[in-house]
Ligand binder design. Structure first.
Ligand code: ADP
Length: 575
């Protein structure tokens, strides 16, 4: 049952209105009926009463059902309308339905009204529901479309950013490929045989030069390739007695552990036909995992040239010593004359004793013979020193006391000084630490410096010529020997130049003495230079590092320490 259905009835005949109300109530339709008879009332009731169904009389005085229907449409009032007419005719029905009426009734058939009302309301409700459903469907459809659109936009955005990412990725890959190609090209073109070690010392990459080394030489390096642990190789070489292996092992371990910023060393490598010399550089690989870059450079030609230079400089040094010996010949002859004269006079005295057997004093003869032996020993020492000086022997580094070196050459130099009216004074520091050096070479420096000083002092008046040989410790771990004179000194601009080869101010000078002194000083890890005294004359200073080790000096690769020296000459004296 429809509850309180609001019905607006436009009817000019009140009886009909009563009838309609009665018919509806009889059919148990609860209705609120508003009956209007004129157009203004009808239009007012449309909004004020808000009917749920409208019943329109087709024909009224001054108004009609179709106009009322049109007025409802104008106001967009979409409630069902049932058109009621007193006339029969198809035209009425068609016009009513066309105008939008839900049904039509003939007044003689009004008993059908309740059913028509029910149906019209029901249809209207269904229509409303359908419309609502349609609206809902439309809304759902729109919402779906909006969602699809939003999702599509999202996907498009994602798609385009994916495309961008793919493009970026491709570009990064290309950059990576380019940089890898560049790294490979740089690695391949690197000078020297380059290998990369990981943190544990395993070789993880080698360049072409390293690989080629195996084809060019049959030395150790080519057997060491990717996957091999270089530290193990060093250990094996160390156990096999290879001299440089331990130092290289320590150096590489130090770089890998980050305890040293780099390591440089040299080592030799023998193959069937030649001896090769390599210089090895190890630097840290700058990446979080650590490692090292190791470069082996074949310095064989350089090393051969160096050896050649060393040989030539030794020959030159020898030549220098020979010419020095020539200069010292006068002094030596003088020094030899004294023991030889003593031997001669002692021998004559001995012969005299033997010629007179009655007065022979065996004790005295023994003393004479002892004197002869001592003089012969002295002469032998003088000749021995000369032979040492002339010796072509190569350098031999040993622990030396500088005061002993001075004492060794002093007699010869003193003679030379005496011949030139020069007072030679020594000021030797006691307890001077030892140095690591070659005795003959250091003697050569000293003889040179003393010779130069004596030569320079010729410009000074005879009674004033003074020369001091001094030893002392200028600083911890340093030992100094200096030769100081009160001659004319050295012009300031020449203080450095006098150490150049072939620089001499003497007409007969070779200009090699100080140059040889400097190369000897440098090969001893020391330095030599000249200064002018504040008052008069020059002083030449040689400083050498103190040798703290008690064992043999460490052999430096390619240094003079690895060369052999002939034993010093000795003279046997009959006792
Ligand atoms: P040389 O003695 O053959 O000239 P050196 O190399 O021994 O060659 O010396 C180079 C030059 O240094 C000498 O010619 C001299 O001019 C200068 N010189 C060296 N020592 C002294 C000195 N004590 N006093 C003044 N000049 C010196």
């Amino acid at each position: 049952m429809i509850e309180s259905l609001r019905i607006l009835l436009l009817e000019d005949e009140p009886d009909h209105a009563v009838l309609i109300k009665m018919l509806l109530e009889r059919d148990k339709l609860a209705v609120t009926l508003r009956h209007v008879m004129t157009e203004p009332d009808f239009l007012a009731a449309l909004t004020a009463f808000a009917p749920e169904i409208v019943l329109l009389d087709f024909r009224l005085p001054g108004y009609d059902g179709l106009s009322a229907l049109a007025a409802m449409k104008e106001r967009s009032i979409a409630v069902p309308v049932i058109m009621i007419s007193g006339q029969m005719g198809e035209e009425f029905a068609v016009r009513a339905l066309k105008a939008g009426a839900a049904d039509y009734l003939l007044k003689p058939n009004l008993q059908r009204l309740p059913a028509a009302v029910r149906r019209a309301v029901k249809e209207h409700q269904q229509q409303q529901a359908f419309l609502l459903a349609q609206v809902e469907l439309r809304r759902a459809h729109d919402e779906l479309e909006a969602r699809v659109k939003a999702r599509t936009e999202e996907l498009e955005l994602a798609n385009s950013s994916l495309h961008q990412e793919i493009a970026d990725h491709r570009r990064t890959e290309q950059d990576l490929r380019d940089s890898r190609t560049l790294i490979n090209a740089v690695f391949a073109s690197l000078f020297g045989n380059v290998g990369v070690l990981d943190q544990r010392g395993e070789i993880i990459a080698v360049n072409e030069a390293w690989q080629r080394l195996g084809q060019d030489h049959s030395c150790q390096l080519h057997r060491v390739g990717i996957g091999v642990n270089y530290l193990e190789v060093c250990r094996a070489a160390q156990n096999g007695g290879e001299e440089s292996a331990a130092a290289i092992l320590n150096g590489v371990v130090g770089v890998l552990a980050g305890t040293r910023p780099e390591f440089i060393a040299e080592y030799s490598c023998e193959n069937a036909s030649q001896s090769l010399r390599f210089r090895i550089f190890v630097t840290p690989l700058k990446r979080p995992e650590g490692g090292a870059i190791m470069t082996h450079i074949d310095i064989t030609p350089h090393h051969l040239a160096e050896t050649q230079v060393q040989r030539l400089s030794q020959e030159l040094a020898h030549f220098g010593r020979v010419s020095m010996a020539g200069e010292l010949a006068g002094a030596l002859a003088h020094e030899l004359r004294q023991p030889l004269t003593a031997i001669l006079s002692n021998s004559e005295a001995g012969l005299d004793s033997i010629a007179n057997p009655g007065a022979l004093d065996v004790g005295e003869l023994g003393e004479i013979l002892k004197d002869i032996a001592a003089s012969a020993q002295h002469a032998g020492e003088v000749i021995g020193r000369l032979r040492s000086l002339l010796s072509k022997g190569k350098s031999e580094l040993q622990s030396l006391a500088l005061n002993d070196v001075v004492a060794e050459i002093l007699p010869v130099c003193r003679q030379q000084a005496t011949l030139n009216s020069t007072a030679l004074v020594t000021e030797l520091a006691p307890d001077l630490p030892s140095v690591r050096g070659d005795r003959i070479q250091l003697e050569q420096i000293l003889v040179n410096l003393i010779g130069n000083a004596i030569e320079a002092l010729k410009a000074a008046p005879r009674g004033e010529r003074r020369l001091v040989v001094r030893t002392h410790r200028p600083a911890p771990k340093l030992v100094e020997i200096s030769v100081c004179d009160n001659g004319p000194g050295i012009p300031e601009p020449l203080l450095e130049r006098i150490f150049d080869s072939f620089f001499s101010t003497k007409s007969q000078g070779m200009g090699m003495g100080l140059s040889i002194c400097r190369s000897i000083a440098q090969s001893h890890g020391g330095r030599i230079w000249a200064e002018n005294n504040p008052d008069r004359g020059a002083i030449v200073r040689l400083q050498l590092p103190e040798w703290a080790n008690s064992g043999p000096p460490p052999a430096l690769p390619g240094s003079a320490a690895t060369l052999r020296t002939a034993p010093p000459p000795t003279l046997s004296v009959r006792k």
